[in-house]
Unconditional design. Sequence first.
Length: 376
Amino acid sequence: MTPTPHIVVLGAGYTGLTAAKLLARRAPVTLVNDRDRFVERMRNHQLAAGQPVRGTPLRDLVAGTGIRLVVDRVTRIDPDRREVELASGAEPIGYDLLVYALGSTADLDAVPGAAEHAVAVADAERAVQLQDRMRAASTVAVVGGGLTGIEVATELAESHPDRTVRLVSAGRLGPALSERGQEHLYRTFDRFGIRLHEHAPVAKVGPDGLLLEQGERVDADVVVWTTGFRVPPLAREAGLAVGDNGRILVDGTMRSVSHPEVYAIGDAGAARDAEGREMRMGCGPGGLAGACAVRAITDRLAGRTPRQLAVAYDGQCISLGRKDGLFQYARGGSPVGPMLTGRVAAAVKEAVVRGAGGFSLRHPTVALLAGGRALA
C-alpha cells in the first residue's frame, strides 16, 4: 500500500470540484480556486441573456468532506519543489500529487480588436458584462459557429426578440453535426430571425462591428466572441510537456507524460479518445477525463494497475433557447446514431446541466460511475 499523499487540486469547476470531493475520501486534499463560488459555466449564455443563474458558495459544496479550501489565484507551479505559489503572497502550498483542472478562457487575441471591443462568455463576469451591454444594444454580432456560438445566438434572440442578432462563422454552422442537424439549426435560426453569415472569417473587430476578410462590414453595437479557447500558461511556464495549444500532454490515465506526479483533467488536459484523437474542450469530455484520473490515482495508491481512458463516442448536446435543443452522438468527429430535437432535446440538455451543476457535485460517485464506462 502506497503511503497516503497530500493532493492539491487546482480549479473548482465541474471537473476539479468533483475530482477533489472524490479524492478526499482517500487522501488529504487542498482545493485552490480563484473565486469563492461555484459558477455553472454551461449556463453562461443564459446569464448573458439576463436569466437568473445560481452561484453556490464553494464552502457549502465542500462542507463535511475534509477538503481544505484556499480561495486564491495560482501564479506559479514549481514542479521541482512540488509547490504552487499564490497571488496573495501566502505560503506556497506543497503537494505530493497535483491535479491540474484550471480550465480554459476565451482567446481574444486571435483577431485584432477582439480584446478591446468584443465580449466573451467563457466566464461569468464577462457574461454579466454582456448582459449589461445588451440593454442599450439594438444589434449584436456573435462570432463563432460552434456549440457556444449557437447557444449564445439563440438564447439572445429568444430573450431579446426586438434586437437584431447576427451569427458570423468562419465555416459552416455546426460543422460537427449531421446534415439533418444542420438543417434543424437553419430552421431554428429562421424562426428566431437570426441573420447568418457563413464562410465569413473575421479580420478585425471595431467599436461598431466587424470587418470580414472578404472586405465586407458587419455592423453591430455589441460583438460577442465565442470562437477559440486557450488554457492558462502556468503548465508551459512550469516546464510540463504541453502541446502547441498549451494543453498538458497526458497518458491514458490523465497523468502528465513528463511529470508523473501531475494529472491534468478538463480543458487543460489533452486527453485522447479510443482512436488517439485529442478530445475537444467541454464539460462532457472533461468529466470523463476527471473520472479516469480519480480512478487511476485511487488504483495506484492501492497498488493496482489503472485502466485507460477509452472514449468511443462524444455527445453534442445543444440548447436552442429554452424550448428547443439538439442532441446527437459523434464518433471520430462524424455524427452517428439517432438525433433528438425540439422540446425533448431541450429537456435532455437541461437535465445534463442540472446534473453536472447540482446533483453530481453533491453526489460525485454518480459522476465516477458514469465515467467508468469510458475506461478499458
